[in-house]
Design a protein around this ligand. Structure first.
Ligand code: ZN
Length: 410
C-alpha cells in the first residue's frame, strides 16, 4: 500500500551531493510544493505533489499537509553515550569555576563517577534512561542514533550496557546502532592500559560477538586513556574479529586520527586538536571526520576545524557526543547551527553532516536522503524556507517526524 504525503512548501532531498569535500548552497536541490510517495517504509518517489497525486497508484492513502512546511531527511546522530546513570552537574559547576580535571577527579568526579552510578543501575534502569533520551531526540527529528557502552569497564557491566541498548532499541521508533566502547578509559583495577585491552579482546569481545550485541568497536585514543601504540594492536585484532572500527581521536592531543586512517576506521570522532597533517590524512581517506560541537560547548574549548576538513576534501559528519561529563545538552540541531556559524559552513554542508554524511559514519547506505529506495525517515519544519531551520539556531524544531514512513509525532 502506498502513502502520498504532501504538499510541502519545500522538500530538500539532499540528493546528488558529493560525499566528500565542500558543498555550496547552489548545489542544493529544492522541490517546491513537493510530495513524497512511500511504500513499505521506503521512498517510492519524490517530486512535485500535483504530479505524484495525478499518477498515484490505486488505493494510495493521502496524508495531506495543510501548514507551511519544509521536509528534510531525519537526522542521524552518529556518536552518543546516552546509556548512563547519574548526573555530572557537580563536575560542571567545578569546571566552570576553574577547577582542573585533576582536581575534579580528586573530589570524586570525572568519568569514574559515571562508571560507579552506571554499575549500580540495573539493566532495566539503563533501558528506561536510554528510552527517555531517545524520545527527546525523536521529538527533535533524530531518527537514527548510535549509542555506545563504555561506563561498565568490565565484562559483566559492558554486557549489561550493550543488552540495555538492544532492549531499548526494541522499544523505540528510532533505530539505535550500538557500539562497544569498553576501551573508554582504563579501569582502576588494571595497572597497564595494554593489559586491560588484552582482557577486553579475550574476555569481552567474543561474548559480544556470540550474543550479536554490536558489530562496532570504539576506543578513546589519548595518552591519558589509551595511547596510540596500545590502541593499534587492539584495533587490529578487533578488525580481524570482524568488528567495524571507530575512534575517539585528537580530542586533546593529535595521534588518533592518523591511526584511524591507517587502520581503515569508519570514522574518527572529535578532532578538536587535529593538525594540518591529520586533516590531510582524513581528507585522503574514506574515514569520516565526525565533529562533536556539543563537547566543545560543554568543555568551553575550541571547535574542531570543520571548515579546514571540508576544504581539504574530507567527509564531515556532525554528532552530539551526548554524555553526562562533557556534552550533557544533546541538542543536535542547535549544536550544528552554532558550529556552522563559527566555522563558516554552508547550510548544505551542515545539513549533509547531519544526514547522509553521518549515515556514512555508520556504514548505512539506505538513509540520509529523500531519494527513491531510501528509508522514509523524514521530518518537517514549520516554515516555507529551509534556510530558517539553521537561521533560528535550533529554536525552530521539527513539527512532524516519520520513521520508515510511519508518522511518529504530529
Ligand atoms: Zn564520545
Amino acid at each position: 500500500m502506498h502513502t502520498l504525503i504532501g504538499p510541502f512548501s519545500q522538500i530538500i532531498p539532499l540528493d546528488n551531493l558529493a560525499f566528500k569535500g565542500p558543498l555550496t548552497d547552489e548545489n542544493l536541490r529544492t522541490i517546491d510544493k513537493g510530495g513524497v510517495l512511500v511504500k513499505d517504509g521506503k521512498i517510492a518517489a519524490t517530486g512535485p505533489f500535483e504530479e505524484l497525486y495525478k499518477s498515484r497508484p490505486a488505493g494510495t492513502e493521502v496524508q495531506e499537509i495543510e501548514e507551511q512546511s519544509v521536509l528534510l531527511p531525519g537526522f542521524i546522530d552518529s556518536h552518543t553515550h546516552i546509556c548512563f546513570a547519574g548526573s555530572r552537574a557537580r563536575d560542571y559547576s567545578l569546571r566552570v569555576a576553574g577547577k582542573s580535571y585533576q582536581e575534579i577527579l580528586k573530589q570524586g568526579g570525572g568519568i569514574h563517577d559515571t562508571v560507579g552510578k552506571t554499575r549500580e543501575a540495573s539493566e532495566e534502569d539503563l533501558v528506561q534512561n536510554i528510552i527517555r533520551r531517545v524520545h527527546r531526540h525523536i521529538k527533535e527529528g533524530v531518527t537514527t542514533i548510535e549509542v555506545k557502552s563504555g561506563y561498565g569497564l568490565n565484562v559483566e557491566e559492558e554486557l549489561k550496557m550493550l543488552r540495555a541498548i538492544r532492549k531499548a532499541g526494541e522499544q523505540v521508533s528510532a533505530e539505535l546502532i550500538p557500539t562497544c566502547l569498553a576501551a573508554h578509559v582504563k579501569p582502576k583495577d588494571f595497572a597497564e592500559a595494554s593489559d586491560y585491552l588484552t582482557y577486553i579482546l579475550e574476555e569481552l569481545l567474543p561474548k559480544v560477538k556470540a550474543e550479536k550485541l554490536t558489530e562496532r568497536v570504539d576506543i578513546f585514543v589519548e595518552p591519558e586513556a589509551f595511547p596510540v601504540d596500545a590502541s593499534r594492536p587492539y584495533l587490529q585484532k578487533a578488525k580481524e574479529m570482524g568488528f567495524a572500527l571507530t575512534l575517539h581521536a585528537d580530542q586533546f592531543t593529535s595521534g588518533g586520527s592518523l591511526l584511524a586512517t591507517e587502520i581503515g576506521a569508519l570514522s574518527a570522532d572529535h578532532l578538536e586538536s587535529s593538525t594540518e597533517q591529520d586533516v590531510k590524512a582524513l581528507a585522503h581517506s574514506n574515514t569520516v571526520a565526525t565533529v562533536l560541537p556539543g563537547a566543545s560547548l560543554g568543555l568551553g574549548m575550541q571547535y574542531s576545524p570543520a571548515r579546514r576538513l571540508l576544504d581539504a576534501g574530507a567527509c564531515l559528519a556532525i554528532a552530539t557526543d551526548w554524555n553526562p561529563g562533557s556534552a550533557p545538552m544533546g541538542d543536535l540541531l542547535l549544536q550544528a547551527s552554532l558550529l556552522g556559524a563559527a566555522e563558516k559552513l554552508s547550510m548544505t554542508e551542515v545539513l549533509a553532516g547531519l544526514t547522509f554524511r553521518a549515515a556514512a559514519a555508520l556504514a548505512l547506505t539506505n538513509r540520509g536522503t529523500l531519494i527513491k529506495g531510501a528509508l522514509a525517515d523524514m521530518q518537517s519544519f514549520p516554515t516555507h524556507d529551509f534556510r530558517e531551520i539553521l537561521y533560528f539556531q535550533g529554536k525552530l524544531k521539527a513539527r512532524k517526524v516519520w520513521k520508515s514512513g510511519k508518522l511518529l509525532q504530529a
